[in-house]
Design a protein around this ligand. Structure first.
Ligand SMILES: Nc1ncnc2c1ncn2[C@@H]1O[C@H](COP(=O)(O)OP(=O)(O)OP(=O)(O)O)[C@@H](O)[C@H]1O
Length: 206
């Protein structure tokens, strides 16, 4: 057995992708993506290169691909838009989406500053509160791997900073591997251990 200092970190995710596409059009691959437990990787690349497609493959939302995915733990995803259930209150948005119990949902709402909004419908929340609710939903899933698809896009700098601070606090509380798709170098520099770039057609990771 290797001494602890030389032992490889546990792997949170390993993708060996031969190809992925939309119908006849190949968008991605071949490419390999591996994440150690607790590691944060930022992925950037030009618009339309396939970043969202890659995240959707990892989340099981995109089926048109060939290869092998190993993902031993729980996964949660934060989309560009909050994608909330409009007729369910904030607390139900967490429990219904993740299967977590009310205590876990309440605790996640507290951590994102929405303790007093548990009974509020998404439509009664500000944009920033809706974004924080989407983050709380991901936290309530207690993921081992968190996928974030441009989660701070179109937010003002103060709200972006607040969202990043919430993510940092959650990672300090409970480590999770994170993939952050972003166009913003400052977000990648602050949050990520590694920066990867999707390039080409079909796209590869460089
Ligand atoms: N449902 C779909 N049907 C056909 N083609 C699609 C579909 N969704 C995406 N595409 C195409 O696949 C390619 C990759 O799209 P994807 O959304 O993954 O890119 P992206 O890098 O996330 O872009 P952006 O930074 O603009 O969000 C694009 O050329 C897009 O037009």
């Amino acid at each position: 057995m290797l001494p602890a200092a030389e032992a490889p970190a546990a792997e949170a995710l390993a993708l060996r992708l031969a190809r992925a596409g939309h119908g006849m059009v190949q968008v991605l691959g071949p490419l390999d993506l591996r994440l150690a437990a607790g590691e944060t990787v930022a992925i950037c690349g030009p618009s339309g290169v396939g970043k969202t497609t890659l995240l959707r493959i990892l989340a099981g939302l995109h089926r048109d691909w060939q290869g092998r995915l190993t993902l031993p733990g729980r996964l949660a995803m934060v989309f560009q838009e909050p994608v909330l259930l409009p007729w369910r209150n904030a607390q139900d948005n967490l429990t219904l989406a993740t299967g977590c119990d009310v205590g876990v949902a309440r605790a996640a709402l507290v951590r994102v500053g929405l303790a007093d909004k548990a009974r509020a419908l998404p439509g009664a929340l500000s944009l920033g509160q809706q974004r924080r609710l989407a983050l709380a939903r991901a936290f309530a899933a207690q993921p081992d791997v968190l996928l974030m698809d441009e989660p701070f896009v179109s937010l003002d700098p103060a709200l972006t900073d607040e969202m990043m601070a919430l993510l940092e606090a959650e990672r300090a509380r409970r480590p999770m591997a994170t993939i952050l798709v972003t166009h913003a170098p400052a977000e990648a520099a602050r949050l990520a251990d590694r920066l990867l770039r999707l390039e080409g057609s079909p796209a590869r990771l460089v």
